[in-house]
Design a protein around this ligand. Structure first.
Ligand code: NAD
Ligand code: IPM
Ligand code: MN
Length: 372
């Protein structure tokens, strides 16, 4: 029996609330699909930082590195200045563990309320593949004449060919496992240096994957196409900041941040991948039991898919889909059940093999991902 050794980082705000439900789902799947699960909790986040003055030490990072995967809740706390936890913990782990690909699926589950109501569910099923370690996120820059009326802030974007090539190659391989369409999303009409490099790499890899159709869309136009004609997308590959922004739009399309999952994938096998909801710590609703755990459980499903447990991953996805279809509202007091109750119901459905109806019109990302 294969046993997976997971690092659990609950983090801040609703992070612990939703991540506990993801853990319940994983344990239910382990029981049903006959694999072992060992978990180690790492109490990183705002409270730990406020108590110790340290974000994370090198030894803890090395211990986390030895796990098969990381299940992450969320980070961010109003008591800590913006950027400290986000850059010092989330971005640090994405970089240190060389998680170059941030995969963010967008799929409309049957019966789920969405602002794009006039579309049939099967027509919205695409994946945003976001470069996860570079671009404007490198944090390089400076401010001159700070505090004066002539202040100038410089924020640099770093785009290296090796990182782009890895992400583009992964995107082509993922498209091959899906509907064989890849769309580059950038702003190459304005960001000519970075845009040209991205386009050059896509053109080069396009010749290697002639069975995949290639398209290009500027990021501003993307914000219209994604909600109005999602059926034209299969795999969207994009840079770090554009990917951050359009994946929240993708979350809105599929019913809100409460259902949007993500995977930070390490491609070289030298460090663990990390699975986390697209949403943050949601301080506005933390502690109330109103957070939707779907995004966290679907992130755990992506974790199982990446570990090669495709059937178990599908069972989590189907259990979540069946619960979502029954919720009167997707978040807040109108959800009809608390975060914890929903987690219990999801785990129960996984355990009982109640897989609901799979009404997806194509191959689930869980299956496609396991084959890349
Ligand atoms: P957020 O995603 O935390 O919340 C945005 C809105 O969505 C809020 O109204 C929130 O209540 C709602 N929401 C989010 N998740 C939900 C869920 N599961 N169920 C129901 N409603 C949900 O974004 P924000 O408010 O911009 O940021 C809050 C903090 O989180 C900040 O410190 C930010 O830097 C951080 N953040 C962290 C991550 C991460 O850990 N990966 C991601 C985004 C933001
Ligand atoms: C996300 C978040 C993070 C990002 C922040 C909190 C570092 O918004 O995971 O989408 O910008 O990548
Ligand atoms: Mn974001």
């Amino acid at each position: 029996m294969r046993t997976y050794n997971l690092a659990i980082i609950h983090g801040d705000g609703i992070g612990p609330e939703v991540n506990e439900q993801a853990l319940k789902a994983l344990h239910a799947a382990a029981e049903r699909f006959d694999f072992g699960l060992e978990t180690t909790k790492y109490p990183l986040g705002a409270q730990n930082y406020l108590d110790t003055g340290v974000l994370v030490d090198a030894e803890t990072l090395e211990r986390i590195r030895r796990h098969d995967a990381i299940l992450f809740g969320a980070m961010g706390d109003p008591r800590v200045s913006p950027g400290i936890l986000e850059r010092g913990l989330i971005l640090r782990m994405r970089r240190e563990f060389h998680q170059q690909v941030n995969l963010r699926p967008v799929r409309l589950y049957p019966g789920v309320p969405t602002p794009i109501r006039d579309l049939s569910p099967g027509r919205c099923d695409f994946v945003v593949v976001r470069e996860n370690t570079e671009g404007l996120y490198v944090g390089e820059g400076s401010t001159v004449h700070k505090g004066t009326k002539n202040a100038v802030a410089l924020q640099e974007s770093v785009n290296t060919l090796p990182a782009i090539a890895d992400v583009v190659d992964y995107s082509f391989r993922l498209a091959q496992q899906r509907r064989r369409k890849l769309t580059l999303c950038h702003k190459k009409n304005i960001l000519v240096h970075a845009g040209e490099l991205w386009q050059t790499v896509v053109d080069e890899y396009s010749a290697k994957y002639p069975d995949v159709e290639v398209d290009y869309i500027h990021v501003d136009a993307m914000c219209q196409h994604m909600p109005m004609s999602p059926e034209r997308f299969d795999v969207i590959v994009t840079d770090n900041l554009f990917g951050d922004i359009i994946s929240d739009l993708g979350a809105t399309i599929q019913g809100g941040l409460g259902v949007a999952a993500s995977a930070n994938l390490n491609l070289d096998g030298q460090a663990p991948s990390m699975f986390e909801p697209v949403h943050g710590s949601a301080p506005d609703i933390a502690g109330r039991g109103w957070a939707n755990p779907a995004a966290a459980v679907l992130s755990a499903a992506l974790c199982l898919a990446a570990l090669g447990q495709g059937e178990a991953a599908l069972s989590l996805e189907r259990a979540v889909a069946s619960i979502l279809a029954e919720l009167p509202e997707l978040a807040g007091p109108g959800m009809g059940a608390s975060t914890e109750e929903l987690g219990d119901q999801i785990a129960e459905r996984i355990a009982q093999g109640h897989d609901g109806n799979d009404t997806s019109h194509g191959r689930s990302i869980m299956t496609a991902m396991a084959s890349v």
